[in-house]
Design a protein around this ligand. Sequence first.
Ligand SMILES: O=C(O)CCC(=O)C(=O)O
Length: 384
Amino acid sequence: MQASPVTNAFGTHELLRFDYARAKAADSEEEFDRNVLDAVDRHGFVVIENAVDGADCDALVGEMRPYIDATPHGLHGLGGTRRVGALTARSPASHKMIAHPAILRLANAILGEQRLSDDAVQINGKSGKGEKGFRYPWQLHLTQIIDVGPGAGTDAMPHHLKLHRANGMWVHDFQNAGLDPQVEVMWALSDFTEDNGATHVVLGSHREEPRGGHLSHRQPTVQAVMRKGSALVWTGWSVHGAGVNTSSERRIGMNINYALAFLAQEENQLLACPPHIARELPVELQRLIGYRQPAGALNYVAECQAPADSVLKEDFDVLVPGAHGHPMDADIDGPTYAPVDDDAFAAKLRSLEESKAAALAEDDLELALHLKHAISVLRKSPRL
Ligand SMILES: O=C(O)CCC(=O)C(=O)O
């Protein structure tokens, strides 16, 4: 598919396309990475063709089908599109796309290194331009199937979403911050055509000044027609919207967004993929979801533990004192945790032993293990 140049208020632009499978086969991924970053920089959008196989998309849609079918249109107030999330937890097939290496590298350049915003990384009084290792932490922000049904819908429930930018959600007005807080990806899980509502984009709109301006909304749009397995990528400043589906088939897209890790996530990934599910996922995905400490103390749990040292451990229960499992030192820790005298110590120990026996009787081995840790910590704790 050829890109054709479009002239609008922001100059002459193209929706450029690069073939990932071909670049990988030719071992030219570095050049590919440069091209896609440059395309987003210049035009605000890029299409990555053949990013995965069509069969990967079918597997994903198959896993999500029960959730899609069980979801009414317009639940979220965003027109009559049908939106279904929590993909990390619900669809193992989505992981390949969520953690697609080329897309993660692109997100890292835009968010981590702020390459489209003049390398604007600023950490502890230093500014990032040219500084090695100067990078903002970023993570998954939203995972969402966007299913656009046939027909334009009704006025109250239109089957499209008008042109908009995504960066307006964080209360603070980021348009003067000189920062790229968000990268969006729309995966075509079915072919995207002009007829079935392929995403409309306003090329060059990421450079509108002020960045939240409305000139973009009056510009001609281009539709991101693409085959199943391709992905459209844009920045949170790029103006876009879902089209009307005049075909007889549903258009199934998957929006996967990434944002700076010191901003709240749009879809709370830690709730959408709770610890008991996240525990089973590859570490890379756990970290993308947010089970990590992206900077300093951010995201600690309970006794200042990293998620990997707490909720991701099978034997961790936040309600069990000492469940962190770290031994206490009588000299250093003093009589702070332990009951103050032998009687209180014995009562506490008895209560924990009884709870552990009850947990074992109910076959709740996980709780029994938490309690075992708590008993061990108590035993090592100082007494008066
Ligand atoms: O579904 C699409 O093509 C675009 C969706 C969109 O613009 C959005 O939800 O922010």
